[in-house]
Design a protein around this ligand. Sequence first.
Ligand code: GDP
Ligand code: MN
Length: 359
Amino acid sequence: MQMRLLEYEAKQLLSAHGALVPSGQIVTNPDDVPKLPLPLVVKVQIPTGGRGKAGGVQKVNTDNQFSESVEQLLSEPVLGYQASTLLAEEALQVKRELYIAITVDRTHRKLVLLAHKQGGIDIESSAHDSKMFTVPLDGKPNDEAQQKLFGYFKLPESLRRQLRDICQSLWKTCTSEDALLVEVNPLVVTNDDQLICADAKIELDDAAAFRHDWHFEQTPASTQFVVLDEQGTVGSMANGAGLAMATVDAIQGAGATPANFLDVGGGTNTDGMVAAFKKLSELPNIRAIVVNIFGGITRCNEVADAIVAARKSVSELPPLFIRLTGTNEREGREILQSADVPILPDLKSCVDAAAKEAT
Ligand code: GDP
Ligand code: MN
């Protein structure tokens, strides 16, 4: 069985493995406004390709066009799917569109790199066609494989390194995530000579799920909230059920009463996290909250944004004791630093400080 990710999820994985993706914003609400400079491309998040032709990829130049696109794509199905999530991205200045993928070659029992000079709409359907340029991979793409691909694409010398980096990112994504397919189509060469993944498709191998802590939109209920003790004084928020349980135990271990169990899942958006903070702040006896996030798919900068937003919008939010590490950690720290929100070095410091605050 394979599990197809939505584009934004695929891009989060690719980006976590070093690939360059456009800056983007997740949109789930018709009232959401652009957070990135216009023009933007609004893309419906459904588990199929061919969205461009079907009107599921819309370029918007104004706030009004943005709202219209968002409203339409959140209320009308595209290719038979009603999306609940959109991805709004910076519009790219496209010079060329290429196709690149790594997939499992079952006959030869190895990974294979596929490429085509003409990426973009429709090329996927010829993915198994002889027209595809293929490079069998025995392990990580080596110099020879990269050389071949670079020669095939006929890219300017200045892009040699970027192409190599993309190959490495694809390979890392494929092998470390147990993917059956990692496809970038189009891989865009921009007018200012950047190689950027404009669209991405990933199929994960379901059979490998036990090796991962996957939280994708298709998997059921990513946010799990359980009140453990109405009188509990220390709340917690973590990502992943295991980490959430460990956090509850650590609070207890520090001598405080844990109020709740909260697993915010992976790839959580700001609205979801702000809602979770609001729920925590409404617990009757809460005096401190421990936030324990290990960024994998979840990006620390997005968590930091959510924390800052929650501090602004949730009234009576108790003091937060935060451990934040992993993907985009540096950016996350910077965001919190400029908002004067301290980060603590480890979970122990968090629970000790929270327990002290609560007594
Ligand atoms: P798909 O049709 O479902 O494969 O969706 P894509 O993300 O590939 O988008 C369809 C097409 O939109 C691409 O092949 C591009 O040719 C075109 N496009 C034009 N401008 C942009 C842009 O700024 N970003 C992206 N992602 N696509 C763009
Ligand atoms: Mn595409």
